[in-house]
Ligand binder design. Sequence first.
Ligand SMILES: NC(=O)c1ccc[n+]([C@@H]2O[C@H](COP(=O)([O-])OP(=O)(O)OC[C@H]3O[C@@H](n4cnc5c(N)ncnc54)[C@H](OP(=O)(O)O)[C@@H]3O)[C@@H](O)[C@H]2O)c1
Length: 318
Amino acid sequence: MYLLILLTGFAVVVMLSVLFAPYIRKYAAGGVCRSPARLDGKTVLITGGNAGIGKATAHDLAARGARVILACRAVEKGEAAAAEIRSKVAGAQVEVRELDLADTSSIRAFAQRFLKEVSHLHVLINNAGVMMCPYTKTADGFEMQLGVNHLGHFLLTYLLIGLLKRSAPSRVVVVSSLAHYFGWIRFHDLHSQGSYNSGLAYCQSKLANVLFVRELARRLQGSGVTVNAVHPGTVRSDLVRHSTFMSLLFSLFSFLLKTPEEGAQTSVYCAVSEELHSISGKYFSDCAPAFVAPQGRSEKTASRLWDVSCELLGIEWD
Ligand SMILES: NC(=O)c1ccc[n+]([C@@H]2O[C@H](COP(=O)([O-])OP(=O)(O)OC[C@H]3O[C@@H](n4cnc5c(N)ncnc54)[C@H](OP(=O)(O)O)[C@@H]3O)[C@@H](O)[C@H]2O)c1
């Protein structure tokens, strides 16, 4: 009897999902960047531009006339993505450069060459990310998710900030996540050496993104460089590859997820839209301002994380 009720309930849910699928899809697709802004003559750098949301963002910005540089850890994957964009966008200017955010010597080598060869940088999109990987450390001994998602991008931005200022007006877009709501900064064990939970470490790194944006925006006031954080939505991509549970959930509910193109909309919006030209230190979702979790609004935590990050990276950033 119970089994019959369960099966009937399941069948009703499936039927309703199929019936309302077009409406659910439309709702799940989220906001769209409606700005017609062109980027001719502008240079954009996107980390992790070879896949998922980063590749879709690169495609959109290349179609607006920008010179787009994909910073990828696997150059061959980057070249494949660049070739795909060129095949779809006539005249697209897309280049690939090697960057491994899990290794500060790779980040420094990347920046050194970049500064020698590229004279302007108008948009930096800190997009690359890793989620829920097994416990691993970066080349410098940082926990992988904090190391790549936060510290790697922190160092990259530090090394390129002079160029961004010289290219002003310019923008930094940091791809964070709604996951920051479930994170807190464990200053006593930042690298999860005492205990590691892959989900919480991801949430910590995404909260670090939001706090970085807050503190950087404060320090950049009056410089002509703005910085904003983004939640792209829940997007069909390879991000969940390390978690069987998340991969299963993403497969089962794939019809509810955004496509990478839909997921790229808020990054594109923050990179190009005219009404954001002087907006800085904010957090956007679905091309609109969104609420930041209380722990992401703490100036004290943002400032402390800034100091700790500088110390870990051996840099002084006033
Ligand atoms: N998908 C979602 O639902 C979702 C939700 C909220 C936030 N986000 C955020 O959106 C961003 C993009 O994620 P996605 O969904 O597009 O995932 P994805 O398809 O897995 O793309 C991640 C990108 O980051 C690159 N990357 C990973 N580790 C790197 C490293 N050490 N050095 C340089 N690049 C590295 C990957 O390179 P490889 O191809 O070589 O691995 C890939 O290009 C991430 O920051 C993620 O946290 C995603």
